[in-house]
Design a protein around this ligand. Structure first.
Ligand code: CAO
Length: 415
């Protein structure tokens, strides 16, 4: 069966997490992704957080499926020529080097356009143009600079970063959308263009609701769905909201049976207004459905703490899965707090290919997260990540190099 991005060739100059997330998605949609790595070393994540000595780490294998790996020393003049040949052959160059690194290598936008005017050059950087544009950036820097950390955690504690890699993988997703959009525009214009996804911008985009709240706070001085209301105080900036929901339906994380020993025996419970009467029935507080202090959403806002405490008395008598079953029967929105162990074992995620077991020649079998985006006409087959330089000869041959030339370039250290 054909794939959505069949025929698209990607020169993948990415490393660590943000860029590789993007090119992995493109590979899953069918693009031929040629990952260029430093000869002899490769993407630094191959050796980071290793669980098996001398074997590509899970960090690397889980971000580089379905790609081919070639090793080129792009600072070697002959290596540069190989890269030029690749630029001429590919549709998109994706990179997430520190600012200026590609230019220092000699591959400015102008030079790339000379080599291939149709090429799309897509970059992840920490910051867009401005005071921090020259800074190197990792995940948590982006979470802090993009507004996530200041708005995450509890009011009486420090800012907190989230486990979801919204700076790295989140920006990789943004970049992937930019690339396919630019590819689409190229079908009309015939021209390439630059695509930039800054990690600060990507995180801020995902924190959009918090900028909404900043303006509400500026105007009214209070936000009634925040746990600071009615007894706490609001300062000048959006406060940390604990586990309050980011939207208009109040929610909180509540203990379930077993919470004393299981750190994940909790459920997220949403007191959605349309099902309030059902909630009252389930928890045995039928009178709240008609009591004017509780019957309407605005009346409940100053009493949320007391309401969630009462609901928790009920959830503590059920496991999170029992509570889910009962609540779902009544259309009451809720979600179990699932551990990674539970997610890894979840049969439905295996069935949909969201969690996949992959075999690797030196590592053996391991679990990975497959393509979270399902296309009905472009199914994803998750293939193992490449060994370092595994496809150098193959790709060189496709570029027209003879075995003798390949061997000479290898002797010269260019590949
Ligand atoms: N052959 C020869 N040299 C190569 C090469 C190759 N195949 N591939 C890369 N290099 C060189 C680069 O040219 C660069 O050299 P100069 O510094 O002399 O110009 C050098 O390797 C290092 O690149 P770097 O500065 O990007 O790497 P770093 O480890 O110092 O920094 C990071 C890493 C992530 C902080 C930085 O790349 C960055 O800020 N990237 C943009 C933001 C980003 O993506 N962050 C997410 C990180 S986690 O996903």
């Amino acid at each position: 069966m054909s794939k959505a991005l069949d025929g698209v060739r990607i020169l993948d100059f990415t490393h660590v997490q943000s860029g590789p997330t993007c090119t992995q998605l493109l590979a899953w949609f069918g693009a031929d992704v040629i990952k260029v790595e430093r000869a002899g070393a490769g993407d630094i994540t191959r050796e980071q957080l290793r669980d098996i000595p001398d074997v590509d780490s899970l960090y690397f294998t889980m971000l580089n499926h379905n790609k081919r790996s070639v090793t080129i020393d792009t600072k070697n003049p002959e290596g540069k020529q190989v890269l030029e040949a690749l630029i001429q052959k590919c549709d998109v160059l994706v990179e997430n080097f520190a600012p200026g690194a590609l230019d220092r290598m000699g591959f400015t936008w102008e030079r790339i356009q000379e080599l291939n005017p149709c090429m799309i050059v897509a970059s992840v950087k920490g910051f867009g143009p401005g005071p921090y544009e020259d800074c190197k950036v990792y995940e948590n820097v982006a979470q802090c600079a993009g507004g996530a950390a200041s708005t995450t955690g509890f009011d009486d504690g420090p800012p907190v970063v989230t486990g979801a890699q919204i700076g790295d993988s989140g920006t990789g997703l943004h970049l992937a959308l930019g690339i396919v959009t630019a590819l689409y525009q190229r079908t009309h214009t015939g021209r390439g263009q630059r695509v930039l996804a800054a990690m600060q911008d990507g995180v801020l985009n995902l924190c959009r609701v918090k900028l909404r709240d900043q303006q509400r706070l500026d105007r009214t001085g209070v936000m009634k769905e925040y746990p600071q209301y009615p007894n706490g105080t609001f300062g000048e900036a959006v406060p940390r909201a604990g586990n309050a929901s980011g939207g208009g339906q109040p929610g909180w994380i509540l203990k379930c049976k077993g919470w004393e020993t299981d750190p994940n025996a909790y459920i997220y419970f949403i007191t959605q207004a349309p099902v309030w009467a059902k909630i009252c029935n389930v928890i045995g507080k039928e009178e709240w459905a008609t009591d004017p202090d509780y019957a309407t959403a605005p009346a409940r806002l100053p009493r949320l703490k007391e309401i969630f405490a009462e609901i928790e008395r009920w959830t503590m008598t059920k496991t999170k899965f029992e509570a889910m079953q009962i609540l779902n029967k009544h259309d009451i929105p809720c979600g179990p707090i699932l551990s990674m162990k539970e997610i890894a074992a979840e049969p439905s995620l295996r069935k949909t290919g969201t969690i996949v077991e992959v075999d690797h020649p030196t590592r053996g079998k391991y679990l990975t997260v497959g393509n979270p985006i399902k296309l009905s006409d472009s199914p994803t087959e998750v293939l193992r990540s490449p060994l370092l330089g595994e496809h150098t000869d193959e790709v060189m041959a496709e570029l027209g190099y003879s075995p003798e030339q390949i061997s000479a370039l290898r002797t010269a250290g260019a590949i």
